[in-house]
Ligand binder design. Structure first.
Ligand code: HEC
Ligand code: HEC
Ligand code: HEC
Ligand code: HEC
Length: 480
């Protein structure tokens, strides 16, 4: 989510820098992270709506429906389609077997029609009101339909299917020219030819932006990029020339002549070969400039969205609005929670006791801890008005990380954590300590938290240079 304002900024910069026609597409799985989202207002639904708004503002041409976009039911998607959001899915049908979304869209470039279609993988949980048809039945009809109205189109498939299925598709339908996948198990996949089709994707959750620059040729076949190839060959020639000159200088010393002769002969013949390769490539390029390029060509780049990048202001504003809505919702939720159960008091946190109790017996460690950022982790969220945001709370509160069941507790409970647990407290690292506090000799706590404890929060998303040994020194409590 936070990355969206950077993504927007980056897209704007790119379109300012590039004159060429651009096509903004995504293979989907944008909206949710889980399979099934309950009805009613929730942080997840509010967030999904904001994502839709932001993508639409950015001017996406087409977005494939991914199975995770269906987690909140079909209404959200239908409503956004009615508002003009460019969802595409060739194989999601309503109860009567009619397609629910546009099955494909097209965009005209100077002399080529680009057709974008999408296939949706079956979601893990059934979604009421829809059927997901198999690609085996959909694709033949669809491609025939496209062929009827478009002459020699450049066909792009946005696919949330798995790699085996994608591979099958490229084998059976060579007219599909570019396949953008959204395989959750894979990260960035550099463009690679698979049965003549170019296949690529960026890592999930929008940490990267993929930029694929395509020069359309006359034949719908991927060729090499001659300009790039030429640069490579010229580089090689440069270093060959340099080696040759160096050796020739050395041979001016008499006794070296024999020694280097063989190498010089070998390098010279290599140079000859390179010269002629460069020559014919130059001719080909000259031809391309006057006439038409024979093959489609591409270059690509993945752009990591780093913290230091700029932010798009309108997107920031949209995200701030979202955060206010979330806070408002959760303020009510928290008040209700506290009324219903005596939640919000430490007694409802079975094995936890909070930093104050620990401090009574371990004043030196408590004093040290108070001065670390961990003690202020919740205050940090409060300052940014993010203390009612369920996305942030899990790492800025004291949770019993060593107890695997903590992950299963309803996340809304995080909203009403008592003050004693509003920080990365003692028990985040040493484990739940209620029993220990009553009977320290009988119930021992972990003395030295291992790296996995830290990594539960210091994930690469939130701390891109976590070094256990170095960081441990900064936060190790002093000895008794
Ligand atoms: C009533 C006093 C008391 C309270 C309250 C208390 N401790 Fe202790 N703690 C002790 C004593 C005594 C020891 C030494 C036990 C031993 O060496 O057998 C100890 C040892 C420890 C150790 C070292 C573990 C080891 O095995 O060497 C850690 C870590 C620790 N406590 C953390 C905590 C945390 C965290 C809390 C709060 C959840 C806490 N303590 C609450 C008295 C207390
Ligand atoms: C419950 C989540 C959580 C756990 C577990 C955790 N951290 Fe942190 N850590 C944070 C957060 C959040 C911050 C930033 C707090 C802020 O600035 O408001 C932070 C900050 C830090 C800092 C900066 C401290 C400073 O005072 O500048 C260091 C160093 C650090 N953590 C090391 C560790 C190490 C080492 C471990 C494991 C032994 C660990 N953390 C375990 C969440 C955690
Ligand atoms: C997976 C755990 C995790 C989650 C979720 C998380 N944080 Fe953090 N946060 C950390 C850790 C770890 C640090 C300390 C990083 C470091 O020491 O470099 C930190 C540091 C921070 C800081 C202080 C450092 C900075 O970058 O300015 C802020 C502010 C912050 N988090 C805000 C948030 C907000 C807002 C959210 C929710 C959108 C959030 N965090 C969600 C783990 C998390
Ligand atoms: C971010 C993780 C972290 C937090 C939070 C934390 N500690 Fe520690 N604590 C450590 C580490 C690391 C050590 C050093 C262990 C070692 O070197 O064996 C340590 C050591 C200790 C020891 C044993 C000292 C000794 O060697 O005899 C006690 C007692 C202790 N901490 C208590 C506390 C209390 C009380 C709090 C909260 C007020 C707290 N710790 C918060 C990480 C943490």
């Amino acid at each position: 989510m936070g990355g969206l304002s950077k993504k927007a900024f980056q897209l704007q910069t790119l379109s300012e820098q590039n004159e060429q026609q651009k096509l903004l597409i995504d293979s989907g799985n944008l909206l949710f992270k889980r399979d099934s989202i309950t009805d009613g207002v929730s942080q997840e639904r509010l967030t999904a709506k904001s994502i839709i708004k932001i993508y639409q503002k950015l001017g996406y041409d087409g977005v494939g429906v991914g199975p995770l976009d269906l987690s909140g039911g079909i209404k959200l998607l239908r409503d956004s389609t009615d508002n003009g959001f460019p969802w595409i899915s060739a194989n999601i049908m309503d109860d009567t077997g009619n397609p629910l979304f546009k099955q494909w869209i097209s965009k005209k470039t100077q002399n080529t029609e680009i057709v974008i279609t999408a296939l949706t993988a079956a979601p893990r949980k059934m979604v009421p009101g829809i059927q997901i048809n198999k690609w085996q039945t959909i694709l033949p009809e669809l491609l025939a339909q496209i062929r009827k109205v478009k002459k020699d189109p450049f066909i792009v498939l946005l696919s949330s299917l798995n790699h085996e299925e994608n591979s099958q598709i490229t084998k059976q339908y060579p007219e599909i020219h570019l396949l953008i996948s959204t395989d959750q198990r894979k990260g960035n996949v550099s463009p690679q030819l698979l049965n003549g089709c170019l296949l690529t994707q960026t890592a999930k959750q929008g940490k990267y932006q993929g930029l694929l620059e395509i020069t359309l040729g006359k034949d719908r076949r991927w060729g090499q990029n001659s300009a790039k190839q030429l640069a490579g060959l010229q580089n090689k020639l440069g270093s060959l020339n340099w080696q040759l000159r160096r050796l020739q200088k050395k041979t001016t010393v008499a006794e070296n002549e024999e020694k280097y002769k063989k190498t010089i002969t070998r390098l010279s013949s290599e140079k000859k070969k390179l010269d002629s390769q460069i020559d014919s490539l130059k001719k080909a390029i000259a031809k391309e400039k006057t006439g038409e390029i024979a093959n489609d060509q591409y270059t690509y780049r993945f752009i990591g969205l780093k913290k230091s990048m700029g932010d798009d202001q309108p997107t920031i504003e949209e995200l701030n609005k979202l955060n206010s809505k979330i806070s408002e919702l959760h303020q009510k939720e928290r008040a209700n929670n506290r009324k219903k159960r005596s939640d919000g008091s430490i007694s409802s946190h079975a094995h936890m006791t909070g930093y104050r109790v620990c401090s009574a017996c371990h004043p030196a460690q408590a004093e040290f801890w108070q001065a670390t950022r961990h003690a202020a982790a919740y205050a940090t969220l409060r300052q940014r008005k993010k203390h009612l945001n369920l996305e942030c709370l899990p790492c800025h509160l004291t949770l019993d990380i060593q107890n695997a069941t903590f992950k299963k507790q309803p996340r809304k409970q995080l909203l009403s954590f008592p003050e004693e647990l509003q920080s990365v407290g003692c028990e985040s690292c040493h484990g739940a300590g209620k029993n220990h506090s009553i009977s320290p000799e009988r119930y021992r706590l972990v003395q030295l938290p291992d790296e996995n404890i830290c990594l539960a929060c210091h994930t690469s998303d939130h701390d891109d240079n976590f070094d256990y040994n170095a960081k441990l020194q900064q936060i190790s409590c002093p000895a008794e």
